[in-house]
Design a protein around this ligand. Structure first.
Ligand code: MG
Ligand code: ZN
Length: 217
């Protein structure tokens, strides 16, 4: 009966996710669910993005992590309002966790809420948390086989950030075939090549975010 249990869990999650979506929608907040493997560079990319967007829009962050508050501390250091969710080993965020975290934030005047999910390419894609769109960070160092191995997360995401692109000369990552696989999985997918250390693509990502924020206002 495992299948049935999973269905019920997802049904309950979807119900709370819909409530979250309504709540964020009424507040005119664009919510991005930022996903990707551990070490893909989600937090670094988020830091660069927040630095560039500061002064342009008001942003809050929910940081999902297995145990520590290290990533939340990094966000707080930039002066952005952040709340930490520790899943105590749980490998994804669900709608209830995001609901509780959102309740502890002051969301008045916030335009953009970024939810950094737990590092994992599998189940974060299955759990709607009430976001407007999902994004996935794929590091060049993870290999070009990941889109076909973990198709759901790339199908579910509106945007893929090919991160650490500056390291490509040191890997056998085939950019052309990775792009081809991504476009086969998701023809409308937006793909941006990024590097935090070389400041590549972050401005383009910021512009994409600003456009999306504009659409809910
Ligand atoms: Mg992180
Ligand atoms: Zn999980």
């Amino acid at each position: 009966m495992e299948i049935k249990v999973m269905k019920n869990i997802l049904g309950e999650n979807d119900r709370i996710a819909a409530e979250n979506r309504k709540f964020f929608g009424e507040k005119k907040i664009f919510v991005l669910n930022l996903m990707g493997s551990p070490g893909s560079g989600k937090t670094s990319l988020l830091e660069k993005t927040l630095e560039k967007l500061s002064g342009k829009i008001k942003i809050a962050v929910i940081e999902g992590d297995l145990f520590t508050a290290k990533d939340a501390q990094r966000i707080e250091n930039i002066g952005v309002q952040v709340v930490q969710i520790n899943t105590s080993g749980g490998c994804h965020l669900d709608a209830q966790m995001v609901k509780r975290a959102a309740e502890s934030l002051n969301l008045d005047e916030i335009n953009l809420l970024i939810v950094e999910n737990v590092g994992n390419l599998v189940c974060p894609a299955e759990f709607d948390v009430g976001e407007n769109l999902k994004a996935v960070v794929l590091s060049i160092t993870e290999g070009d086989d990941k889109p076909l191995k973990y198709p759901l997360i790339f199908k579910e995401s509106a945007i893929t950030l090919l991160n650490k692109i500056d390291l490509i000369p040191f890997t056998n990552f085939n950019l052309e075939s990775a792009r081809e696989d991504l476009m086969t999985l998701h023809p409308n997918l937006k793909i941006i090549e990024t590097s935090c250390t070389k400041n590549i693509g972050v401005d383009e990502f910021c512009a994409w975010l600003l456009e999306k924020v504009g659409e809910v206002n």
